[in-house]
Design a protein. Structure first.
Lengths: 234, 332
């Protein structure tokens, strides 16, 4: 697993993908911080994480599109799948590489905490909760992107497909909120990554929602490994 | 070392490999020969564990690939038709990654140094793979297969797309590796298989139609041995003398291309030694004052054998592969 993780993490920064992702993320989020918190003289950072969640919809496909699609295209999946490394190690290694790039991007926002701590009123619980929630949501998003990438050798299709899935999940979230039937609303919210995140934005740390994100990610990683195994048996 | 039994791979609407069986002994170099689409790569992918079979078994060193896939993959170094290279890595980074991927327990630096040495790529170790020529990329592909010093090496079309100089070099490398490894390579180039392999497995439309050494294949498929002869003297006298030689079944006059020299094709009786008949013919003709100007065996060359095997003869009949018995049987 470590070999795949190291290789993929390095690959992000050997190509423009990693740097462009970090640059885009840091630029947009820091601009938002400047507008809402510096110019608005606010210590509230929940709205920034709300924006970050929507930004993730747009930029996660860019991060995950190459994970397996590029391997198929270069036929390097033959090297991976004929090595003694298990499929789950390959999947986990790739997932962790993409997740580390996001974590690195998120680490750049820690400067907000320092600024608010120095010049405003910092709520450590809310900050920790928001960071934990966005990390969990990003893990779920990346796992979806990786699953879509494992289905095609075309990176563009992988990116557009991932974006379509995210928009579908977002629509599901909206449907859950506007559902007239409470039962239907509950069922739909089980599948909504976005509705779950709302509670963290309100400052509620929900362990069940954290477990939901972890489980969702686990299921997506499992499905990705099944896709790879299915290719072997196709 | 490698035991393949009734290996079958079916895709929707197509049977890529149909009940193929063979055994390759330790240290042997076997060549899978066949036209494009004959099923060579599919067989290699199944042995390497990249593709699962629809039916049949593959055992490497006694281990079943489905029951112990990790252990089997540790024993195999695989070079697919398109070398699986990451263009954004240097040769050294790539080989180090492969070392980790294969979970090797040997000395990393020594392993990589040996692989680079065997393929003469030590001078490009620090260069990016994307900047290497096709020949060098192919060698890097070979080097990754050697990392971890696996017992079995599988090379799929190892010289495809290379220039003649590079082909000769790669063949030299394969021959040097054959001393220490069990090798299976695939090719649609007869001369390549002939030059590096102890044994040839001929594939046609997913079926194994022949399994023998190049020499035996030529002999078995070629039928009766024939000798081309050019002799100075009168044609009728020569013919009469040749027919009197022990071991000669038939003599066919082929006319004359030069004055006072007649051409013949002599068919040797089944079971007779080609060499002995040649000596007897030379002796008999000389005793009659007729001299042999040229003599050569007219065995079928491998191209002829290949075409004959893949043109309908030797194909499956009633669900059983008509196999030319050879080393596969001897090796059991």
């Amino acid at each position: 697993m470590k070999a795949v993780w190291k290789r993929d993490l390095t690959a992000y920064f050997n190509s423009p993908v990693g740097c462009v992702f970090l640059f885009a993320f840091a630029t947009i989020m820091n601009l938002c911080f400047y507008v809402f918190n510096v110019l608005g003289a606010s210590s509230q950072i929940s709205n920034l994480f709300s924006i970050m969640l929507f930004l993730l919809i747009l930029i996660t496909p860019f991060l995950t599109m190459r994970l397996f699609s590029e391997e198929y295209k270069l036929r390097t999946d033959q090297l991976l799948l004929t090595s003694p490394t298990d499929v789950w190690e390959i999947v986990l290694g790739k997932f962790l590489a993409a997740f580390c790039v996001f974590a690195l991007a998120l680490a750049l926002t820690l400067v907000w905490v320092i600024v608010i701590g120095l010049f405003g009123v910092l709520s450590p619980g809310a900050v920790a909760g928001n960071y934990a929630a966005i990390l969990c949501a990003a893990a779920a998003f990346i796992s979806v992107g990786m699953l879509v990438s494992s289905l095609t050798e075309n990176q563009i299709i992988a990116a557009v497909g991932t974006l379509a899935v995210f928009l579908g999940l977002f629509a599901l979230s909206a449907a859950a909120e506007s559902s007239l039937s409470p039962v239907m609303g509950t069922v739909l919210s089980w599948f909504s990554l976005f509705a779950r995140h709302q509670r963290f934005l309100l400052g509620i740390f929900s362990l069940s929602d954290i477990l939901y994100y972890i489980s969702f990610t686990g299921v997506m990683l499992f499905l990705t490994s099944r896709v790879l195994e299915k290719k072997r048996w196709a | 070392m490698i035991e393949v039994r009734d290996l079958t791979k079916e895709y929707p609407g197509k049977t890529a490999v149909d009940g193929v069986s063979f055994t390759i002994s330790r240290g042997e170099t076997a060549g899978l020969l066949g036209a494009n689409g004959a099923g060579k790569s599919t067989i290699m992918n199944m042995i390497a564990g990249y593709t699962a079979m629809t039916a049949g078994t593959v055992r490497v060193d006694g281990l079943d690939i489905l029951e112990e896939p990790t252990a089997v993959r540790k024993k195999i170094g695989y070079l697919p038709e398109l070398p699986p290279l990451y263009m954004d890595m240097t040769v050294e980074e790539y080989l180090s990654f492969v070392y980790d991927l294969k979970k090797c327990r040997t000395n990393r630096a020594e392993d990589i140094r040996q692989a680079c040495g065997a393929l003469s790529i030590a001078d490009v170790r620090r260069r990016m793979i994307r900047h290497l020529s096709k020949g060098y990329r192919q060698r890097v592909g070979f080097a990754q297969a050697l990392i971890g010093n696996p017992d079995v090496l599988i090379f799929d079309e190892p010289t495809v797309g290379l220039d003649p100089k590079q082909i000769i070099e790669i063949r030299r490398v394969i021959r040097s590796l054959a001393k220490k490894h069990t090798i299976i390579l695939s090719s649609h180039i007869l001369s390549e298989v002939q030059s590096v392999c102890d044994r040839i497995l001929v594939m046609d439309q997913g079926r194994l139609v022949a399994d023998d050494s190049a020499e035996n294949l030529s002999g078995r498929v070629g039928g009766a041995k024939k000798i081309c002869l050019r002799v100075s003297g009168r044609a009728e006298e020569i013919r009469r003398t040749l027919l009197g030689v022990n071991g000669v079944a038939a003599v066919k006059a082929e006319g004359s291309r030069e004055p006072e020299i007649s051409d013949f094709i002599v068919t040797v009786e089944n079971g007779q030694s080609d060499g002995a008949v040649r000596m007897l013919m030379t002796k008999s003709l000389a005793e009659q004052g007729m001299y042999v100007v040229e003599m050569r065996s007219e065995s079928m060359n491998l191209e002829d054998v290949f075409l004959k095997l893949t043109s309908g003869k030797g194909k499956k009949a009633g669900g059983r592969t008509e196999k030319i018995a050879g080393k596969a049987e001897e090796g059991k």
